[in-house]
Design a protein around this ligand. Structure first.
Ligand SMILES: NC(=O)c1ccc[n+]([C@@H]2O[C@H](COP(=O)([O-])OP(=O)(O)OC[C@H]3O[C@@H](n4cnc5c(N)ncnc54)[C@H](OP(=O)(O)O)[C@@H]3O)[C@@H](O)[C@H]2O)c1
Length: 251
């Protein structure tokens, strides 16, 4: 299959292109470096010629409310229009578990707008909603850091390895469009504060993690189960402790 990966140079995109290529597919990365700009549509129509699937794993470069909304709506609109013009029979996009419960944040309002554009288009589609990547835990800590203190609420979180996200997106991409959502998540649940505390301790990071039910997670005060998938989520295998160990061994 010819599978165009929008955001093919990114964290998930680069892993996805490798995995699809290993399975014998013609996986083509489409991103700024390859001359495809989804915001201007430059290079997009050319890249989509003959595609069986387009997988959008791009991300906005700036996360301020207006910028991120503009990115996901303009980019998604252009990709869907180019697919319709080229007759591409399957659009796959990567989104986030719990998006509709997190709309206090401009980032998630933009992801919800992206999902709505896809669902309301006439393009056959599959939306994969993943939980937070293990690779994202450092960014969660950084966003919640004030001086030497990391303040986080004890909300539940069921994160997963980026490798497992890419594998899950790959499996959905080579299947039939579901015209709906598929949830994917990691094998274990943690409390957000405990997860970050454990990760920082393992890395000998001196920051102290303070449990604060009023603390914000990217500007949101998530309810206990806001970040957790439903009972039908497909669960990945890699455990956080094994992933952390491997990261430390290769650092
Ligand atoms: N972080 C999490 O825990 C999490 C959890 C669930 C779902 N997600 C979702 O996963 C998706 C992928 O995230 P990621 O961390 O893999 O992203 P990333 O590493 O930041 O990669 C973003 C990609 O988007 C491309 N891109 C940006 N602007 C573009 C444009 N105008 N035209 C074409 N390509 C453009 C970049 O290309 P260049 O390299 O050329 O700039 C890059 O390949 C996101 O949509 C995010 O919402 C994230």
């Amino acid at each position: 299959m010819k599978i165009v990966v929008i955001g093919g140079s990114g964290l998930i995109g680069s892993k996805l292109v490798s995995k699809l290529s290993e399975h014998g597919h013609d996986a083509v990365a489409a991103d700024l470096k390859t001359g495809v700009n989804t915001l201007t549509r430059e290079g997009l129509d050319e890249a989509l010629k003959g595609a069986d699937v387009v997988v959008d794993v791009s991300n906005a470069p700036a996360w301020e409310d207006a910028a991120v909304m503009d990115f996901f709506t303009t980019s998604t609109g252009n990709v869907l229009a180019a697919e319709a013009a080229a007759g591409v029979p399957h659009h796959v996009a990567l989104s986030v578990v719990g998006t509709e419960r997190l709309t206090e944040s401009g980032y998630f309002r933009a992801k919800l707008a992206q999902e709505t554009l896809i669902a309301e288009s006439s393009n056959p589609y599959s939306i994969v909603r993943a939980t937070q990547f293990y690779e994202f835990v450092e960014r969660i800590a950084a966003d919640a850091t004030d001086g030497n203190v990391v303040r986080l609420p004890p909300a539940l979180i069921q994160p997963m390895a980026a490798d497992d996200v890419a594998a899950a997106v790959g499996r959905v991409s080579v299947g039939e469009p579901v015209n709906g959502m598929v949830e994917v998540a990691g094998p274990e649940q943690f409390r957000l504060d405990e997860l970050v505390r454990g990760a920082l301790r393992t890395r000998n990071d001196p920051r102290e993690v303070v449990t604060d039910p009023q603390a914000r997670y990217f500007g949101i005060n998530p309810s206990e189960r806001a970040l957790i998938p439903g009972p039908d989520a497909r669960l990945a295998e890699t455990r956080f402790s094994d992933w952390l160990e491997r990261q430390l061994a290769t650092a």
